[in-house]
Design a protein around this ligand. Structure first.
Ligand code: COI
Length: 413
């Protein structure tokens, strides 16, 4: 049975709100935006309106996959959200409809010039059975930042969040129970123009799919080894490393396979002659060490335009700064400093942080022919994480699963 449901009135928001939010995005985040500074407007035509959302339910709901069998990103829920945009008319009607293939012309610009950006956020089921999102506003803010560089249409994040909430409500049976399990939400925007010229697109598609998941790595919550790649660079000043574009990830796969062939699980990305640390695999990087001045310090590379402004990264920083127990810095740190700290016993813990991987401990780094061991918990030889890494991981999950109340956790209701 197909049901068509118009949600007008249920989902609030209007044009005035949308306009002011767009203004905020254009003023912008994560470093100065040259497009914004030039006063250009990436949006035009009708605004994205959650109140216009239409819903057509699938006639063939799928069987759930037992959560123990979930591999990250392999299973998809029953529905997806789509909204088309054209330069002439602006945003069309957002739709929730059966999950299924998109029909795109082979000349479509996304296939040729990587006109694509995406986001990753999760819906968590709390102990009371309620479903919660974690900081969805941050994902929308970042997506508008990615969209800006591609010159695709910006949108009012609050309006898209309302539609995502309705998608999650529609597919709530797909939100698995249990700590470590969640429904991964993947908002994506692509250019859909059917021409081969390299120029701004006159049409685009925003779509959101969802996928129930457990741990990102098939090994579960286990420390990973890193191969410091001396040849390839993930991002560079003035590039797009701070925008979540698919092209950043496609280019990382060759080096990732090479690292695996050498027996390491993830690539440690660095830049420059001093091998300044950037990111690890698909995650932001954190180092806990005793610095050259003898202080206990948690360091992560700064958002200088080459680093992805991770939502988990931001959350870790705010959380740990709130503890007030040690110095927390966003600053440059290079591989020579790490090697020296390791040789001198000052390297305490390293972990990656990201939505999909949450917090992933690191146990060794290969650099210039030598393996540097990163201690896990000296008090517990069988542990998979150092004490601070483990504490951060648990504290984040307490918020995500609603154990500890926080403004970051948004009920889907
Ligand atoms: C995420 O952490 O959500 C990511 O985007 C990583 C992804 C490429 C699996």
């Amino acid at each position: 049975m197909t049901s068509l449901l118009r949600l007008t009135g249920l989902l609030g928001g209007g044009r005035a709100g949308a306009m002011s939010l767009c203004g905020r995005h254009l003023r912008t985040l994560h470093g100065t935006s040259r497009l914004a500074a030039a006063g250009s407007k990436v949006n035009m035509g009708s605004e994205f309106r959650a109140a216009a959302l239409q819903k057509t339910l699938t006639t063939t709901p799928k069987a759930l996959v037992p959560k123990e069998k979930l591999a990250f990103g392999h299973t998809f829920s029953d529905h997806m959200l789509t909204a088309e945009w054209t330069a002439k008319d602006g945003w069309g009607t957002p739709q929730i409809r059966a999950y299924g293939p998109l029909s795109l012309d082979p000349s479509c610009s996304v296939f040729h010039y990587a006109f694509e950006c995406f986001e990753g956020l999760k819906a968590y089921r709390d102990a009371q059975g309620q479903v919660r999102l974690f900081r969805p506003d941050k994902n929308m803010e970042r997506m508008n930042h990615s969209v800006e560089r591609l010159y695709l249409p910006q949108f009012d994040g609050a309006q898209v969040i309302e539609c995502i909430k309705e998608l999650v409500r529609t597919d709530q049976r797909w939100v698995p129970e249990g700590r470590g399990y969640s429904l991964y939400i993947r908002p994506t925007m692509i250019a859909t123009e059917n021409t081969l010229g390299v120029h701004r697109a006159n049409s685009a598609l925003l779509y959101v799919i969802t996928s129930p998941c457990g741990p990102y790595f098939p090994t579960g919550f286990k420390a990973v080894s890193l191969y410091c790649d001396e040849t390839n660079v993930r991002a560079w000043p003035g590039g797009v490393g701070n925008r979540k574009m698919g092209a950043n990830y496609a280019g990382s796969v060759g080096p990732q396979v090479e690292a695996e062939k050498r027996g390491y699980q993830q690539v440690l990305w660095t830049i420059g002659e001093d091998h300044e640390l950037m990111e690890v695999g698909t995650m932001n990087l954190f180092i806990l060490w005793r610095n050259e001045g003898g202080e206990l310090e948690l360091v992560t590379p700064p958002l200088d335009g080459t680093i992805l402004p991770g939502v988990t990264r931001d959350s870790v920083l705010e959380l740990v700064r709130g503890w007030g127990e040690f110095k927390v810095s966003e600053r440059k740190i290079n591989m020579k400093q790490i090697a020296r700290a390791s040789d001198e016993g000052r390297l305490l813990e390293i972990f990656g942080a990201g939505t999909a991987c949450v917090v992933t401990p690191v146990n060794r780094i290969h650099f210039k022919g030598k393996d540097y061991k990163v201690p896990l918990d000296p008090a517990d030889p069988g542990s998979q994480a150092g004490p601070v890494t483990g504490r951060i991981y648990q504290a984040l999950m307490d918020i995500q699963y609603g154990v500890v109340p926080s403004k970051w956790s948004v009920l889907v209701d």
